[in-house]
Design a protein around this ligand. Structure first.
Ligand SMILES: [Fe+2]
Length: 276
């Protein structure tokens, strides 16, 4: 996104609607390989164990977690999450210092699953512990259709934090959800980014298996909820002031700590890690 008017358009639509779709920003090879691997592994697990356990609890969530911990899948998710064409536009929203949450959330929407955990009612991510600087990025791993995608309520991030009861809105006098938009114009390779106060929910189930990746990105120095702090985050991009501080190595700016040449505490691999 090099064009100034495109960049301004992203900022304005995110401000107005509370979400935006970033087109063709995800590493194409990585997302294709992730689709193949995650669908195959999910189908294998269903074949081996069935959709429900012996207590009639749906296995979908535990299968998804298991797939996310697979070494190869984790590596692909890492490539997808760090796609340069994804991170660059995020900088317009988050600023130059960007971190992402450590946790990986692979969400499987299986037609055979009857759980509300994977077919969520309208809610705000704030319910999960996200603060207003936490940006949710929802990346379809498989194609979506109108029945298994996400619904969003444009502009609802300006409603403020709404009362929830177990990830479900508590009915409020005089308040109704209207202006729902079903996100169908999104393809594998795109990413939906949305504000933590945006009302959103699963559109439902269709006849097709749908897998998506959810990750939270934030300005590195923004306040975090204690829950998010405890779960950890990873720095993926540093602004120039952070790079200078990083080279200086400590907040006391110890005199001449790096005097005499290339600093010993900034090896090349760190520069690569932070995309400086
Ligand atoms: Fe959500």
């Amino acid at each position: 996104m090099n064009n100034m008017s495109e960049q301004q358009g992203l900022i304005e639509s995110f401000h107005t609607d509370g979400y935006a779709i970033l087109r063709d920003v995800v590493d194409r090879n990585a997302i294709t390989a992730l689709q193949e691997a995650s669908v195959e592994k999910y189908r294998d697990l269903v074949d081996a164990h069935g959709n429900y356990d012996s207590d009639s609890v749906c296995n979908t969530v535990s299968f998804a977690k298991q797939i996310g911990r697979d070494h190869d899948v984790e590596a692909l998710i890492n490539r997808v999450s760090r796609s340069p064409n994804l991170i660059d536009p995020l900088e317009l929203i988050l600023g130059p210092d960007i971190s992402m949450n450590y946790e990986i959330a692979l969400i499987v929407n299986d037609p055979a699953d009857r759980s509300s955990v994977t077919n969520k009612p309208y809610h705000q991510e704030q319910w999960t512990g996200a603060l207003s600087d936490d940006l949710t990025v929802w990346i379809p791993v498989t194609p979506v259709d109108e029945k298994n995608t996400l619904n969003v309520v444009p502009g609802s991030h300006f409603y403020g934090a709404l009362p929830h009861r177990n990830r479900n809105l508590v009915p409020m006098d005089g308040f109704a959800i209207d202006g729902v938009r079903t996100i169908t114009d999104i393809n594998v390779g795109d990413a939906l980014v949305f504000h933590s106060l945006l009302l959103h929910g699963t559109a439902g189930r269709s006849d097709n298996l749908r897998i998506a990746l959810t990750r939270i990105y934030r300005p590195t120095f923004a306040p975090m909820s204690r829950r998010m702090q405890a779960r950890g985050s990873i720095c993926i991009k540093q602004g120039v002031l952070s790079r200078i501080r990083d080279a200086l190595g400590n907040d006391a700016y110890s005199p001449l700590r790096t005097y005499g040449g290339k600093v010993s505490n900034l090896p090349k691999h760190m520069e690569d890690d932070f995309q400086v």
